[in-house]
Design a protein around this ligand. Structure first.
Ligand code: ADP
Length: 209
């Protein structure tokens, strides 16, 4: 099964992927995570990507396309995958087609700007496990009780200056993919504005339908 999770930052794509990959027997591929690993490792790719990422801009297509192709060629992808955060532009989607990847379903996470900003500002990542939490009072999932603030990391691009830009970038460059995949008849919209259990349920239903 080959799936794409599409939608604005903060809509829950990563969180839901982490929740359902095991059930589906597929792996999660987050180009954002792969890029952040490259930055941390200090590789040539990481050096090229860092400035774009911190500013909330997209990393140039060719860099991300090469990275993604290398990743999906690995043996653990044979049973299928969820692409979380790729494609993000029409040229990236075309590159996927040209690489012969046949996508079964595109789950489109729909969420309004106000909620996106709220969710991103509360997002924290566990430094050790990489698990995604939300520290807003209404946020989900909450970090385990007693987790010290130092154990959690706030991404540079989750700070207010970068969030606004990421939304503009999303609407301009990524949203056109909705029509692209609708045209192929494989898009399913889900309401990402509900609680986590509701989103998981709707995402699983969209994938099975
Ligand atoms: P989010 O979905 O919360 O915006 P990601 O972790 O998916 O965050 O991505 C973080 C950053 O990594 C993006 O703002 C962008 O700079 C870069 N990035 C990730 N995936 C892509 C992609 N497919 N194309 C271009 N840039 C990407």
């Amino acid at each position: 099964m080959k799936l794409i999770f599409l939608g604005p930052p903060g809509a829950g794509k990563g969180t839901i992927s982490q929740r359902i990959t095991e059930d589906l027997g597929v792996v999660q591929i987050s180009t954002g995570d792969l890029l952040r690993e490259a930055v941390k490792a200090g590789s040539e790719l990481g050096k090229q990507a860092k400035g774009y990422m911190d500013a909330g801009e997209l990393v140039p297509d060719q860099l991300v396309i090469d990275l993604l192709k290398e990743r999906i060629a690995k043996p653990d992808c044979e049973e299928g995958f969820i692409l979380d955060g790729f494609p993000r532009t029409i040229p990236q989607a075309e590159a996927l087609d040209q690489a012969g990847v046949k996508v079964d379903r595109v789950v489109n996470f729909v969420l309004e700007d106000q909620l996106i900003i709220r969710r991103l500002s509360g997002r924290r990542i566990d430094k050790v496990t990489g698990k995604i939490y939300n520290v807003n009072p209404e946020g989900e999932p909450q970090p385990p009780a007693g987790t010290p603030a130092e154990a959690l990391l706030q991404r540079d691009d989750d700070k207010p200056e970068a969030i606004a830009n990421r939304l503009v970038v999303y609407r301009q460059q990524t949203e056109p993919l909705i029509a692209f995949y609708k045209g192929k008849g494989i898009l399913a919209d889900i309401n990402a504005g509900q609680d986590l259990e509701g989103i998981v349920r709707d995402a699983e239903n969209a994938i099975r339908s």
